[in-house]
Design a protein around this ligand. Sequence first.
Ligand SMILES: Cc1cc2nc3c(=O)[nH]c(=O)nc-3n(C[C@H](O)[C@H](O)[C@H](O)COP(=O)(O)O)c2cc1C
Ligand code: SF4
Length: 304
Amino acid sequence: MHSDTVIEAHKAVLSKVKAECPHVLVFAQLAHAGMMGHAMKMMMQKGADPASVPEGVCCTPLTMDSPKEELDELPAAFAAAAVRAIECGYDGVQIHSGHGYLLASSLSPTMNTRTDEYKAGPELLYRVIRAVKDAVPDRYPVACKMNCTDNTPAGEWMGRKYAAGTTPQMGAASAAKIAPMLCLLELTGGLAGYPTCVDGTARKGVKRQGFYYAEAAKLVREAVGKDLVLAGTGGFRTMEHIDSATVDGPLDMVAPSRPFLRTPTWLCDLEDSGAPSKCISCNGCFAARGTCVVRQKLQAIGKE
Ligand SMILES: Cc1cc2nc3c(=O)[nH]c(=O)nc-3n(C[C@H](O)[C@H](O)[C@H](O)COP(=O)(O)O)c2cc1C
Ligand code: SF4
């Protein structure tokens, strides 16, 4: 959504989605990749020798190490993207501040070592959401997906020491600052590339299931009050998991992801028979760009 050139393509996709599901509201997720858009840094992060990074893979990144004047331009860029989203026909926008992308990195002491007004905390995210709200009509829905915890202890990597990431307490304080501007806040966690993974466990650790961000979500609910719609992602595989977060927990709704890659009809199966998701949280779909490798293998041998 960074340029007017993408509008026609979004309109074409959206019109097909709306034709199939006219009752569904579709939000555009607006993100700046930050360091994750910087191929050189990402490859180094994954352990590559800088000398082995091929020429031409480096781009000009905007990261939390960039000059302040460049970060100052970000709110207006997000606002322009939100206006394009309206032109495309999206029913709302969601600002992505999770998983180590630029806005999540602005919250995180692991990725943000600045000492100026953009020091680790919600200031940049606040200004981005404020600019978006000012640019769109009053009642146009603006949501945010935010890391409520980075699950990243202090460590050392490629010879560089880094600080512990956003804690649930910090996540709750950030949520309180942005909540008055939002129609919905979706909680997530983890910093891609650092020794955590999407489910907050060590990359080589046990793949967990269940409500990953229960502790942080409870603190966020206390911080934002009862009126903001709170959604949560991460680990929901059974109706019990979902109930523990909603009926008995602080969330209003859940936003599963990998269960639908594993079984696109999972929601119907859950409603019909209470069937748990067959997703084993192996994370194979990340490397396979969204394809469930387990389903693919089972289909290849005729077992699914
Ligand atoms: C292949 C893949 C792509 C994803 N892409 C996005 C994305 O573009 N934006 C986003 O906010 N989350 C993205 N996610 C994260 C999910 O929305 C979700 O937060 C995460 O997978 C944890 O939830 P789960 O346990 O239900 O999968 C992606 C996840 C997967 C597996
Ligand atoms: S690849 Fe693994 S984590 Fe991804 S959807 Fe399939 S079973 Fe789930």
